[in-house]
Design a protein around this ligand. Structure first.
Ligand code: ITT
Length: 192
């Protein structure tokens, strides 16, 4: 069965392929030239549903969307749903990571607790939409380390590990990530 991955983010698309290839034929919204909707909702779940419904409506096929981001406890959960927007139009996550470091310094906060969230939504054209959320806790570390991931990966050290997501073998990241945890919940939600 074919599944439209409603993403224009190459890093996410790579991880979605790794999780679903062999089970589904995954084609991305970018490959289908689907328009990108404005992310106008106020939660990860809301934006994931918005993107999945939009892609299902435009493609006429079942669509899967991921809305995700990094939340820093001392910054009241920022950048959170604004994670992509902190990278700006140039998708400059070097600057976005520096902004997190600067804000923590301004606050004089030693609290480095952080978490990644992934909301996954599956929508059928003119049909239902199923949505779940996965999370992984850890800390942010400075300076950023590693170039094996994408986005904020070089900043994030998951609980119980020393390497950042950016330094880790992608298979190790996949074994524990927010996205994988959301996929596990999605599988359960679709089977029940
Ligand atoms: P789509 O909406 O087209 O999927 P996007 O990049 O705009 O792409 P989001 O709105 O969900 O997606 O923004 C999520 C941002 O959070 C993303 O740009 C990354 O910078 C970051 N992010 C999400 N998951 C991540 C991960 O596993 N590792 C590192 N950064 C991640």
């Amino acid at each position: 069965m074919r599944l439209v991955a409603a993403t224009h983010n190459a890093g996410k698309a790579r991880e979605i392929h790794a999780l679903l290839d062999g089970h589904y034929t995954v084609v991305t919204a970018g490959e289908l030239n689907l328009p990108e909707p404005a992310e106008t909702e106020t939660t990860f779940v809301g934006n994931a549903m918005l993107k999945a419904r939009h892609a299902a409506q435009f493609s006429g096929e079942v669509a899967l969307a991921d809305d995700s981001g990094l939340s820093v406890a001392a910054l009241d959960g920022a950048p959170g749903i604004f994670s992509a927007r902190w990278g700006g139009p140039q998708k400059d996550f070097g600057s976005a990571m520096k902004k997190i470091e600067d804000r923590l310094e301004e606050l004089g906060s030693a609290d480095r607790a952080a978490w990644f969230t992934s909301a996954l939504a599956v929508a059928w054209p003119d049909g239902p939409c199923v949505v779940v959320e996965g999370r992984i806790d850890g800390v942010v570390t400075f300076p950023p380390r590693g170039d094996r991931g994408f986005g904020y990966d070089p900043l994030f050290v998951p609980e119980g590990h020393d390497q950042t997501f950016g330094e880790m073998d992608p298979v190790l990241k996949e074994s524990m990530s927010h996205r994988t945890r959301a996929f596990e919940k999605l599988k359960a939600a679709l089977i029940d």
